[in-house]
Design a binder for this molecule. Structure first.
Ligand SMILES: [Zn+2]
Length: 331
C-alpha cells in the first residue's frame, strides 16, 4: 500500500479524533504530516536465542523519554519476526524496527497487542507503514475499546505528557483477533495465546513462546502500582495462578525487568493482601479510608510493595478500587 493510501485508510478511523483534537493544524493535507523527531535508540535485552524485549527505564511518559515507558518485545523465528506490543508512538515503533534490523533481516510478519492501553498499541502505525501486509492481532474487546474511546484518549494522554513527542502517530487498529486458546507455528517456533479472564483489563493476551519456556504477560503482573482502573484483583489472582501453571522459566513484562515465576508470586501476594483485606474490612463496616492504614501495615506492603514505583501516589486509589470490587461481587 502506498503511504498516501495507508494514511487515508488509517484516517478513515481517526478522522473523528483529528477533527476534535489539537493535532488538526498539523495536517496540511492527507499526505503531508508533521512528525515529532525520531525516538532515540534503546538496546534490546536478549532473554533467549529468539526472544527479546526493549526495557523502558521510566515508569511514565515525559518529554525526555518521548513517552517511552513500556517494554516492546519481539520474537525472531526462522520465518519472520513477531512483535509483542509496539510502544506509545510511531516514533517508538520505528525505533523498535531499527533494533530488530540490527539483529535480523527477516520481516515483521505479525504484531500482537496485549491490551488497549496506549503504550501497547500506538506504535502499530510504524509496522503497517513498513510492512503493509503485516497482521496485527488483539482480543476483540481490545479492538472495540480502542475504537470506542481508548484510541483518542491515549493519543491525547501521550501528547500531553510528552510535550507532543508522538505527533504524526495515527491510531492504527489491529486487523485480526485472538481470543485465547490459539496455537500457531512460524518456522521453528510454536506460539500459544492465552486469555485467562479479566486481570489488568478484560482482554489481556498472554503470548507463550513454547520452545523458549517463556511468556510475554503484558501488564498482568508488574512490580509497580500503576493502572488498575480497567482491571480486577480477583481476576489478577486467578490469572497469576494460570500463568505460573504454564511452567515458564522467563516471564517478560510490559513494565520493568523480566523475571522468573517470582514476579507472578509477588503480584498474586500483592492482590491477595489488598483484595482479601478489603473484603475482611468491608464486612467489618470500614470505609476504604479506614482500611488503608491497616492494609499498608502488612509486612509485604511495608517491606516489598512500598519500594515499587507509584506506591505512595496510587496505593490509596488501588484500595478504593478493591473495596468497590468487593462490593460489586456481593450483588
Ligand atoms: Zn496497561
Amino acid at each position: 500500500m502506498k503511504r498516501r493510501d495507508l494514511l487515508k485508510s488509517a484516517l478513515s478511523f481517526s478522522v473523528g479524533l483529528v477533527g476534535m483534537s489539537a493535532i488538526k493544524p498539523l495536517y496540511a493535507s492527507d499526505d503531508l504530516m508533521v512528525r515529532a523527531e525520531p525516538m532515540y535508540d534503546v538496546t534490546p535485552t536478549k532473554v533467549t536465542d529468539r526472544s527479546y524485549y526493549i526495557l523502558a527505564k521510566d515508569a511514565g511518559p515525559s518529554p525526555e523519554n518521548h513517552a517511552f515507558f513500556n517494554n516492546p518485545g519481539f520474537i525472531v523465528t526462522s520465518e519472520g519476526v513477531i512483535v509483542v506490543d509496539t510502544g506509545s508512538s510511531v516514533q517508538i515503533g520505528e525505533m523498535v524496527l531499527r533494533q530488530i534490523k540490527k539483529i535480523t533481516d527477516k520481516p515483521v510478519v505479525k504484531v500482537i497487542n496485549t491490551h488497549y492501553h496506549g503504550d501497547h498499541f500506538l506504535g502499530n502505525h510504524a509496522f503497517v507503514e513498513a510492512y503493509p501486509d503485516v497482521e496485527i492481532y488483539a482480543h476483540p474487546t481490545c479492538i472495540a475499546n480502542i475504537k470506542k474511546d481508548n484510541g483518542a484518549f491515549w493519543y491525547n494522554f501521550m501528547q500531553r505528557n510528552s510535550d507532543n513527542a508522538i505527533s504524526g502517530t495515527i491510531v492504527t487498529l489491529p486487523t485480526k483477533t485472538f481470543v485465547g486458546g490459539e496455537t500457531f507455528t512460524l518456522g521453528d517456533t510454536t506460539i500459544k495465546i492465552h486469555q485467562f479472564g479479566k486481570a489488568h483489563t478484560e482482554s489481556d493476551l498472554i503470548v507463550q513462546v513454547v520452545e523458549d519456556k517463556l511468556a510475554y504477560i503484558g501488564d498482568t503482573a508488574m512490580r509497580r502500582v500503576a493502572n488498575m482502573a480497567d482491571g480486577s484483583f480477583a481476576g489478577t489472582i486467578h490469572t497469576m495462578k494460570e500463568v505460573k501453571a504454564l511452567g515458564c522459566d522467563h516471564y517478560l513484562l510490559g513494565h520493568g525487568p523480566h523475571d522468573d515465576a517470582a514476579i507472578c508470586n509477588d503480584m498474586q501476594t500483592f492482590c491477595e493482601i489488598i483484595y482479601g483485606d478489603a473484603a475482611k474490612y468491608y464486612d467489618e463496616g470500614l470505609s476504604d479510608f479506614e482500611m488503608k492504614p491497616k492494609i499498608l501495615a502488612n509486612p509485604f506492603m511495608k517491606e516489598v510493595a512500598s519500594n515499587w514505583p507509584g506506591y505512595d501516589s496510587t496505593i490509596g486509589n488501588y484500595i478504593g478500587i478493591a473495596a468497590a470490587e468487593v462490593e460489586s461481587n456481593l450483588f
